[in-house]
Design a protein around this ligand. Sequence first.
Ligand SMILES: [Zn+2]
Ligand SMILES: [Zn+2]
Length: 456
Amino acid sequence: MSDIREREIYDSWDLNIPQLPNRSILFHLEPMGMNTSHVESLTGYMIRLAEAHCVPLTKLYRKVIYPYINKKYLILNATVFFEKCRTANGLGVAATDLVYALSMLTKRDDLSNLTLINWNNFIPWNGLLRDYRVWCPLCFQELSDNGQTIYEQLIWKFKSIELCSIHQTRLVSECHFCKSSSQAVISTKSRVGYCSKCGAWLGQDNDFYEADPITEEEMLWHKWVTDNVGSLFKQLPPPHIVGQEGYAAKFIKQVVDERLKGSMNEFSYLHGVESKSISNWYYGRVTPSLDALLKIGFVYEVPLLEIFNQNVTLKYISKKHINTKITPYSQKWVFKEIEEEKIISYLEQVLSIDTPPFPSMVEVSQNIGISAKRLRYRFPNLCKQISENYMKELHRQKKENDENNLKQVRHITIELHEKGIYPHFRTVRDVNPKMFWTPNSYSVWRNTMIELGLRK
Ligand SMILES: [Zn+2]
Ligand SMILES: [Zn+2]
């Protein structure tokens, strides 16, 4: 027996259950490119989340995300939700809702940086985001070749951005394989880096990717846009500047008064904007789009942040910049967000009708007071479903009518025969002139005649 003092003393076990932080429902997936101009987009992040959990995007929405978006205007239909998500990379309600839901689910507090909601008070929402998906094939390919995570950049979602600032090439919207363009920003078939129509890989090498050459002047402009838009992703609005309605008017006024001797016509000529728009901007009735602010800023070398900060120093116009015309922003196809929500909610109500009669798009558009063409342009998926329901019902009715017609033909033929009248097909037809006479009606009549022994 050894002496107890010589025995080795082992560590004792702590049997208390350690305090674990609360688990998140979804992975705490890290967004890519955080605090750079190349930060990931929120919709792209959501697609990656679905992939990380090996579940279809639709299922992720219906089973997991939907309960966290407590909004009456949304139904469990993923297509409807994805339509709404077109604006989720910007600064409206869709962005706020989706950031909230995904933050709760992943326990991340940085997802607002994948949108522009932090700049909500500054940036006009009009004409801000693209309706369709664009990408840089070289970016996708490079990430893949380097074994890095493939993701979709937030900056690609902005209408003003046309070039990839990393590769200085044009962004593309057409799949090089199936040639389909106008792909939805997010859809049930979305996969980061792949065509949502044919599923082809969208990355391409420099050797295969052919794009129109970019002029030096174009490059200068695009560098300006990318730097300015990108600067919004790298920081939050400085706390001392509070978004005010007046910042844009103040800027426009300064340009017109200081540089153009107060002449709105001169401004109109230089920037290619209708004089009515300028007076609206000048008097603060309308805020210019982000694109317009960028273009005017470019001409006088005033970065966006200076405009927001209301601390503008105007440079003199340099000749090479004078061609920067502002693309007229078409008011025709745009709805205010609040209006858009009401329309979506109405269209969803129409879709939730489960017994006929189903209204046609013409009726729906008359009820809303907006043309069917405009509704189809803005809400293609919802309108398609409404039309499909209507057409299905129309076909069902036609089939039912046809069957009733045929039954009537047979019934009338037998009835006439029983009354002792020879049921010639003209006689049968004349009994009910409203009856629709088709080739099928004729063969039903003939078969009935054979049955009655009146024909062979
Ligand atoms: Zn690129
Ligand atoms: Zn394709």
